[in-house]
Ligand binder design. Structure first.
Ligand code: DX5
Ligand code: ZN
Length: 268
């Protein structure tokens, strides 16, 4: 689901009219853009909640995807792990391809936590990714790789781990559609957000305003109703949430609680 985040830290707003409709209920003639760049010159930017499928029930993947869509989610976060860059293994392009076939109108945000990500990027594009994020820690020439990603026809994002400083990606910020600040050590769902990582979100938000850069600012790890407010107040506008969406199986109720938490944010 999307909601405008006012530039001056105003309360997050959630559309209730036609703009809140799922892609399926929209007029085919006027599809809403699913990836909206950050615009420092307008009054707000949509805040997206991207359910992380890592916490979903893989035995019932298509059902989980449909539940997310019916609950208003438009992005899905797909965590790819190789057992090398992170101490965990998930799945590869053929699995993603099946999910995209089951729910083709969702936007698949693919987070590559793998060594040599560019060896696999094209296969994830062919599988249906709309956005691919690569860890700056995994690539030798990130600017070149980000350009190559964009040439593949997807949005390109760069990710930093909790201990990687903003200066490691500063020179790339005009080359990316999104920056993902990891708010936990990558590898597992269900961890607690590391509060100091939000300083990097603040820093990046200041930079994009100062330099009029259109990249979206995403956080991933430990996002729940309480930390979602903190992250958006720091400047984040894409929130990945795994456990907070899929715990107890009540996807719609959990997404509603996250949206309500964001609606409580007061202007500062
Ligand atoms: C962790 C993954 C996350 C994870 C988040 O390495 O990148 O996307 O699924 O899960 P929660 O929201 O439960 O912390
Ligand atoms: Zn992730």
């Amino acid at each position: 689901m999307d909601t405008p985040r006012p530039l001056a830290r105003g309360p997050a707003r959630f559309p209730s009219g036609p703009s809140a409709m799922s892609p399926a209920t929209r007029s085919k003639k006027q599809p809403a853009p699913i990836f909206v760049p950050y615009d420092p010159n307008t009054a707000g930017v949509p805040v997206v909640i991207a359910p992380s499928l890592l916490s979903s029930d893989f035995a019932w993947a298509a059902r989980e995807l449909a539940r997310c869509r019916r609950a208003g989610a438009r992005w899905l976060h797909v965590d790819i792990m190789d057992g090398h860059f992170v101490p965990n293994i998930t799945f590869g392009p053929p699995v993603l391809k099946k999910w995209v076939a089951a729910e083709p109108d969702l936007f698949y945000d693919t987070h590559l936590m793998i060594e040599h990500p560019m060896q696999y990027a094209e296969r994830f594009v062919e599988a249906g990714s709309g956005l691919i994020t690569i860890h700056v820690e995994t690539v030798g020439r990130p600017r070149r790789e980000l350009r190559a990603l964009r040439r593949l026809g997807v949005k390109a994002g760069v990710v930093i781990k909790p201990r990687t400083p903003v200066r490691e990606i500063q020179s790339l910020l005009d080359e990316v559609d999104l920056v993902l600040v990891m708010t936990v050590e990558p590898g597992f769902g269900g961890q607690a957000l590391i509060p100091s990582t939000l300083n990097k979100v603040r820093e990046l938000d200041l930079i994009r305003r100062r330099e009029s850069l259109p990249f979206r600012l995403q956080v991933d790890g430990g996002i729940n109703a309480e930390t979602a407010e903190m992250a958006v107040a720091a400047g984040a506008d894409v929130l990945v949430a795994g456990n907070a969406v899929f715990a107890n199986g009540d996807i719609a109720g959990n997404l509603r609680a996250l949206r309500q938490a964001l609606a409580r944010i007061k202007p500062t």
